[in-house]
Write a protein that binds this ligand. Structure first.
Ligand SMILES: [Zn+2]
Length: 135
């Protein structure tokens, strides 16, 4: 005669090999002790959050935090600035029909209007002016 008062596991239950608790068979982990009841096929999911590449949002937040702390990430700033310049240059180049010297003239014109402006600002102003004049 068994002396234990614990009833045997039901058909849909299994006994945890670690703590002995009766666990519903569909469960991956023992809710009592947390041990895996089946060999995990891929233990990675719990590891992933730590190695997952940072999202654009978290990168943006980091960049904003660096700005607040006065630590701009120089390389990143230069990179995004150069990217935006290239995009605006291509945009303007398309507008003027592929004439690079025309784009440079437009940039020089904007620089004449605002000598302290960066090339990026000149490009932005040139695009804006072109759009105003060619609606
Ligand atoms: Zn257990």
């Amino acid at each position: 005669m068994p002396t234990s008062l614990t009833p045997p596991p039901r058909d849909d239950e299994t006994e945890c090999g670690n703590c002995g608790a009766y666990v519903y068979q569909g469960l991956m982990k023992c809710p009592n002790c947390g041990v895996y009841l089946v060999d995990p096929v891929d233990p990675e999911p719990e590891e992933r959050p730590r190695v997952r590449p940072k999202s654009k949002l978290s990168l943006a937040i980091e960049a904003a935090m660096r700005k607040i702390r006065g630590e701009p990430h120089i390389a990143e700033e230069l990179f995004t600035g150069a990217m935006r310049e290239a995009v605006l240059f291509d945009d303007l180049l398309r507008k003027v029909g592929g004439d690079r010297s025309a784009v440079e003239r437009l940039i020089e014109y904007e620089r004449g209007q605002n000598p302290n402006a960066t090339r990026l600002t000149c490009l932005q102003n040139a695009v804006r002016r072109w759009e105003q004049e060619n609606r």
